[in-house]
Write a protein that binds this ligand. Structure first.
Ligand SMILES: [Zn+2]
Length: 110
């Protein structure tokens, strides 16, 4: 997680990372509360030390070819269309685990 953020801010090597946003799908296996809990430990001693973390949770969505629509699915009924009940493997959202943004303050900022 920290490594991904460090990669995202690699083009501003002098800056201090002040805030990080993550996009985490409900089916990514990552637990937002656990990420937030582990954050201060994970960033200690890195460029990210002191940065705040905000986690955006992405709901699971499938493309249902029967409804011809995007349907939001409950993670417990994953991959079954909630509207028509047809099983469907076209998960289009929900497995995200990505850096949404990373704010960097550079020494020459006002
Ligand atoms: Zn459907």
């Amino acid at each position: 997680m920290v490594h991904a953020v460090e990669k995202a801010v690699a083009d501003t090597p002098d800056g201090q990372v002040t805030a990080v946003g993550l996009r985490v799908g409900v089916m990514s296996g990552a637990i937002p509360e656990a990420l937030e809990g582990a954050w201060p430990i994970a960033i200690a001693g890195t460029r990210l030390a002191g940065a705040t973390l905000s986690v955006e949770v992405i709901a699971a969505q499938i493309w249902c070819s029967s409804c011809e629509a995007t349907q939001e699915v409950d993670e417990f009924y994953a991959l079954t269309c909630p509207a028509c009940g047809v099983g469907c493997g076209n998960l289009i959202h929900g497995r995200e685990f990505e850096v949404a943004y990373a704010e960097v303050s550079t020494p020459d900022d006002p």
